[in-house]
Design a protein around this ligand. Structure first.
Ligand code: ZN
Length: 300
């Protein structure tokens, strides 16, 4: 049986994306409509996913977050203010985590198990984040991009979910286990050349068949692929708001925005997806049953 793959959405205001937040003034909010587009799409395929929600969005739209949870989706934290960890100290990061967990709990009566860093900003520069997440009671992180890109990424990081060793957090620490923080890395092409396929700009640029092929390559070695999108990427009205931004930011932020819903539709047809927490639970159970050792993991 091929593993269930993880589908996730980072729920934030489109104008807080890294490339846009410096360039946008007086933006129009599209967060509710964008989220409805995604919820309808998932409902049509009877698929549940994980939504990593920015705390400030949860505070402003608690009913929207409650609707997502009621539809059966997992709610995780995407920080409180959507500032990348590069801009934070460990102390301020802890405040961000507590603040966002409080906002999410107020909306859905449950504290989040998982965290996704804005702009995948968990890298060797910010590796203190793993200890802070553990101290704050998080069970897993899904922020490591195991390929170096101009904006983020960690070259050579593991490809499959692993138990984090706080002394060497980017080395494969064996399969997930209940007494350690789990890291769930984002999907990349492998094994010959590592390229991001996991979502955002890359998923908008690449044809659906290429993304499917990348996922199949992952699954062939028993590894679940973790994909991410932003609800605003499914809302063509956002592209109309980019009047004043630079050509570079406009291209990266809006290329393929009007065809992404059809692309995800075709992915949901062909690939088995679930929330990130289900993929971890599956990996934890499997490793217990099969007695997998760390050396058997992919991409060590
Ligand atoms: Zn984000």
């Amino acid at each position: 049986m091929s593993p269930t793959n993880a589908l996730s959405f980072d729920l934030e205001h489109w104008f807080t994306a890294t490339l846009l937040r410096e360039e946008t003034t007086d933006p129009v909010v599209h967060v509710e409509r964008s989220t409805e587009i995604v919820l309808d799409l998932l409902d049509r395929h009877d698929v549940t996913a994980t939504f990593y929600v920015v705390g400030e969005v949860a505070e402003a739209y608690p009913d929207l977050i409650a609707r997502i949870a009621t539809a059966g989706h997992e709610i995780g934290s995407h920080g409180h203010t959507h500032r990348p960890l590069f801009e934070l100290t460990p102390e301020i990061f802890r405040e961000e985590l507590d603040h966002s967990s409080d906002a999410l709990e107020a909306a859905v009566n449950e504290r989040p198990r998982g965290f996704r860093a804005p702009n995948f900003s968990v890298t060797p520069r910010t590796e203190w984040a793993f200890e802070t997440l553990t101290d704050a009671g998080f069970e897993y992180d899904s922020s490591v991009f195991p390929v170096k890109t101009p904006m983020y990424g960690v070259r050579g990081a593991p490809l499959r979910p692993y138990a984090v060793n706080l002394d060497a957090p980017f080395a494969a620490g064996g399969p997930p286990r209940p007494d350690a923080l789990t890291e769930v890395p984002l999907a990349v092409f492998h094994p010959h050349v590592r390229l991001p396929i996991a979502g955002g700009f890359y998923a908008r640029v690449l044809p659906a068949r290429v993304v499917k092929w990348g996922i199949k390559t992952f699954n062939a070695s028993g590894t679940p692929a973790t994909l991410y999108f932003h609800p605003w990427e499914f809302n063509p009205a956002v592209a109309d708001e980019l009047g004043d931004v630079s050509p570079h930011a406009r291209f990266i932020s809006s290329h393929g925005i009007d065809t992404l819903a059809a692309k995800l539709d075709s992915l949901l047809e062909a690939v088995e997806f679930g929330p990130v927490e289900d993929v971890i639970d599956e990996a934890t159970t499997c490793s217990t049953e099969r007695g997998v050792t760390p050396s058997e993991g992919v991409g060590q």
